[in-house]
Write a protein that binds this ligand. Structure first.
Ligand code: ZN
Length: 245
């Protein structure tokens, strides 16, 4: 028997147990504070060195790089290791699926990664850790070491487009999967939210694991409201045991 392809769309809720707040969701930290939102808005970031200096200071303070994956991230990896084909599509930039052992090529990061930096001029990439070390050493707005251009986190800022290649891959997986699990996402931010609808249109079973209702609850086959850290491991164990349908 061929095991069903499982797509896991993860949002901020999967990482709250790792101590990472919801920054960019509709009710997220950035949306509620216009001054904080400027730090992650492309136009302000590029146009104002003071915004960049504050942005680097904020990145040093938040400690995203020190966060550890939790039971929910590990459960997704266990499902993959059990032999079920799994693809993760994540709205998170924390890299915690990979930190939990998911192969990087099986994780699509819709909003990029906070673990890397990218040059806005020559597109050279490097580890965020190195850039933050330069900030620690006194560079308050570290430029690209290759060309001197403005360096930014490799995340999709407000005002930037999602990577069309990543989005295309996410769409293809949503169409091809037999099970689509949306976990810890309010399914209110497009185009990520629309992937749930695409999956259902192509015959997938939709499972929603989220504390709050979502706009897709009415077309879901299963809705789980319990805490993600306890609910997801149980749900995925059932899947790997062959209880997908
Ligand atoms: Zn450069």
């Amino acid at each position: 028997m061929t095991k069903p392809l499982v797509a896991v769309l993860s949002g901020a809720g999967i990482s709250t147990d790792s101590g990472i707040p919801d920054y960019r969701g509709p009710g997220g930290v950035w949306r509620k504070d216009p001054e904080a939102e400027k730090l992650v808005t492309y136009e302000y970031y590029m146009g104002d060195p003071e915004i960049r200096r504050r942005s680097w200071r904020m990145r040093r303070a938040t400690g995203t790089l020190r966060a550890e994956p939790n039971a929910a991230h590990r459960a997704v990896t266990e499902l993959e290791r059990s032999g079920v084909p799994v693809r993760v599509i994540t709205q998170n930039v924390d890299g915690l699926h990979q930190a939990a052992g998911m192969p990087a090529r099986k994780v699509l990061e819709l909003h990029g990664s906070a673990r890397s930096v990218v040059c806005t001029r020559c597109h050279a990439r490097g580890p965020m850790e190195d850039a933050l070390a330069r900030v620690d050493a006194g560079e308050d707005d570290p430029p690209c070491l290759e060309c001197g251009g403005v360096l930014k986190p490799a995340t999709v800022m407000f005002g930037e487009r999602l990577d069309p290649v990543v989005l295309g891959d996410a769409l293809a997986i949503s169409k091809a999967c037999q099970v689509f699990i949306a976990v810890g996402t309010s399914l209110q931010v497009h185009p990520a939210a629309g992937l749930a609808g695409v999956a259902v249109d192509h015959g997938a079973r939709l499972v929603i694991v989220n504390a709050e209702p979502t706009p897709y609850d009415s077309i879901a086959d299963e809705i789980v409201r319990e805490r993600i850290g306890t609910a997801l491991p149980g749900l995925l164990r059932r899947l790997s045991a062959g209880g997908a349908r």
